[in-house]
Design a protein around this ligand. Structure first.
Ligand code: F6P
Length: 323
């Protein structure tokens, strides 16, 4: 083992606020230790096509306050193939890299897991996704910012919902896990939070048939498994409720952007620093997360195989209305 001279950084999958913060801390610490950083562009495709930026302190100055990722991100189709991963490995060797730090979500770590098994490269993963669905870590980069975006946006919807005495169904992102739906729904004092296919709509309908309810927001997780959950709910309620007008809003990609919150910035710095220190110390091949405010490590295998919580057991959260 020689000294670490050059590393690669990749941001992959859906971008998330806080990724820039992690990049910044990795680059600053590397610079202090005379390590060069190559930032590969647009996810794994950057490594496959050898498309990179040389990252100096100057390049990462002031990026901490920006959402997205200065490297660009992507869900690489080529990386799903052995041929693509082989090409990525070739470029890893060609650039004489001593390790990779990869920031992304579940899909990204599936890719790392494969790359690791095939080519045994020193890799550290940093969980970056607004979905907060990575096993073992309490938080992922971008989740707190996305939650806050949902809260401030839906608060505005509430103003108009209240004024017109309407019910609003609001669909939020979060893939199959529903974390964003669960916690934004609680913080918004929403009438119902709906995650999965088992929800019992009769209770909701009887509640809405009463003259007045305390809240008029229903948060629905996008939950790709049900497919169009908020649309189905909208149709159902429109046909069963006559005493309220009903509207449906899909918040969409607004949830992925914006300046990272303080929590996401600091999390990015902490995870980034730990990642580069581990690479330097030849301690690698795991995801770095945070549990009870302490840094922890999760194997790639575990992070892709285990589920964070069984959200299906929490299919409807209804705080003050369930009798
Ligand atoms: O994983 C982050 C996420 O924003 C999910 O919440 C959402 O389902 C998905 O990405 C959207 O992906 P895309 O930007 O490729 O449409």
């Amino acid at each position: 083992m020689g000294t670490t001279k050059k590393i690669g950084i990749i941001t992959s999958g859906g971008d998330s606020p806080g990724m820039n913060s992690a990049i910044k801390s990795i680059v600053n610490y590397s610079n202090m230790n005379n390590i060069n950083c190559l930032g590969f562009k647009y996810g794994y495709d950057g490594l496959i096509n050898n498309n990179y930026l040389e990252l100096s302190n100057n390049k990462v100055k002031n990026i901490i306050g920006f959402g997205g990722t200065i490297l660009g991100s992507g869900r690489s189709i080529d990386f799903l193939t052995k041929k693509g991963r082989k090409q990525a490995y070739k470029n890893y060797l060609y650039n004489k890299l001593d390790g990779l730090i990869i920031i992304g979500g579940n899909g990204t770590f599936h890719g790392v897991n494969k790359l690791n098994k095939e080519f045994n490269i020193p890799i550290i993963g940093i969980p970056g996704t607004i979905d907060n669905d990575i096993y073992g870590t309490d938080l992922t980069l971008g989740y707190d910012t996305a939650l806050n975006t949902i809260i401030t946006t839906v608060d505005k919807i509430k103003d108009t919902a209240n004024s017109n005495n309407r019910i609003f169904i609001v669909e939020v992102m979060g893939k199959k896990t529903g974390y964003l739906a669960l916690n934004s729904g609680i913080a918004l004092d929403s009438l119902y939070i709906i995650f999965n296919r088992k929800y019992n709509l009769n209770k909701l309908v009887s509640l809405l048939k009463k003259e007045r309810v305390l809240s008029n927001i229903i948060i629905v997780a996008e939950n790709t498994k049900i497919g169009n959950a908020s649309k189905k709910l909208y149709k159902f309620l429109k046909n069963s409720i006559t005493n309220y007008e009903i509207r449906r809003t899909i918040l969409g990609h607004i949830q992925r952007g914006g300046s990272p919150t303080c929590i996401d910035r600091i999390l990015g710095i902490r995870l980034g620093l730990e990642a580069i220190k581990k690479i330097i110390n030849y301690d690698n091949n795991f995801v770095i997360g945070i549990k009870n405010n302490k840094i922890i490590h999760i194997t790639f295998e575990e992070s892709v195989k285990k589920k964070k919580i069984d959200i299906n057991s929490l299919y409807i959260y209804n705080n003050f209305y369930n009798k």
